[in-house]
Write a protein that binds this ligand. Sequence first.
Ligand SMILES: Nc1ncnc2c1ncn2[C@@H]1O[C@H](COP(=O)(O)OP(=O)(O)OP(=O)(O)O)[C@@H](O)[C@H]1O
Ligand SMILES: [Mg+2]
Length: 438
Amino acid sequence: MKLYNQGATPANVTSPVSFAGLIEKIEILRSTLRWSSKLDRPEIEKLLKQATTLRDEVMGLSHKERFVQAATAEPAPQEEVERLPRERRQALMERSFIFEGTFGDNPKLLEALEIAEKAAPTDLPVLIDGESGTGKELMAKVIHANGSRTDKPFISVNCGAIPDSLLESELFGHKKGAFTGASNDRRGKFESAHTGTIFLDEIGELPLTGQVKLLRVLEAHEIQRVGSDEAISVDARIVAATNKDLRRMSQAGTFREDLFYRLSVIHVSLPALRERRDEISLLVSYFSDEAAGMLKRRPVKLTPRLRDFLMHYDYPGNIRELRNLMYRISCLAGDTADVIHLPQDIRPKPTGLLVVASGAQAVPEAVIATSLSEAKRAASDEAERAFLERGLQEVGGTVAELARRFDMNRSHLQMLLKKHGIHSKDFRGNRQAEGGKV
Ligand SMILES: Nc1ncnc2c1ncn2[C@@H]1O[C@H](COP(=O)(O)OP(=O)(O)OP(=O)(O)O)[C@@H](O)[C@H]1O
Ligand SMILES: [Mg+2]
């Protein structure tokens, strides 16, 4: 993300200038203009308009740059195009990119990680947005861990969890006697984060009064404890996160536009899990291993029906929800987990053949299929499962007898039972198994 003096650029631009640096300068100019007391209002408005246009152009350019680079790159053979995401991930790893957790080849996430990697060594403010549970806090830690402040404090503040009356004291500290209950001098989160990073979580919840104070700190790099006149300089790198649309909020007047631009010099957007389904199976095994380690058990096996559910579920709570599901399943299931181990409210309806009330006509249930081919596969899986279960029921759980009856190879039959997580012993009832072992 650098602009170099390459002939076409003006002669006086000799050093590389980053888009982010330019945007930050324009933002500072806009804030200064906005509060100028020496200019007339119409003059301010005119200059602000020009600065806004300039900022939007630079922002547009910074976005375009990636496309231009992609478009001017040597056309890659088809195989390489397909290999590209894996190479991008590999390259991040090779550059010793520090990342707790796991990630695969999803282009949206790779893009977020690459932006984070570039932003990390700078001290520029970063705004991370994404739905709840998409990994915003994890990303903030990634930025901290990959920067020069990694061995300095990482201080997290949940702006949505502090009552308005305590906000200022929490962020900036207070002097003894500043208010009832202030029995000692106390430093705030900003001072604690000095030389490190302050993570302002749920920044969209910050009330307008808090926003004004935060803006002042960002501009002056100094704070005042509540009840004190002394200015204390702080050097804290700002990373903020939100699951709200701050741009829309600033247009609606509930979030200060100048603060929004100040915070979002670098903007990292995290995709919802349903937009990166290609990562689900990776995350399932990651959390299954993690839960197994924590619960001191072997990683749980999943029936195809449960795996299918996990691959297609919508995950309103994103990665956190998937993680919790895997912990729950690992705790409740024996060797193999099935949909029965899912929480009741998200569990798919019982599988098998559904009877449609109106015409008493049997239809296969493919409740979670999202395409025709998936629906067909799910229906065929279900028919196979129901067939095997009914057969086992009839033969009292004796696999050898079932194989004879269906004229099937016994090991193939066993393989099918395994695929569906069906245990023949569950069908034995009071009868002893006759013949073959399972
Ligand atoms: N790529 C990943 N690999 C492994 N675990 C992950 C990954 N991304 C997120 N997580 C895990 O998912 C959970 C939610 O992540 P995190 O708390 O960072 O989300 P968030 O966006 O801050 O959520 P909220 O908006 O609710 O505060 C955490 O347990 C985190 O460790
Ligand atoms: Mg969070």
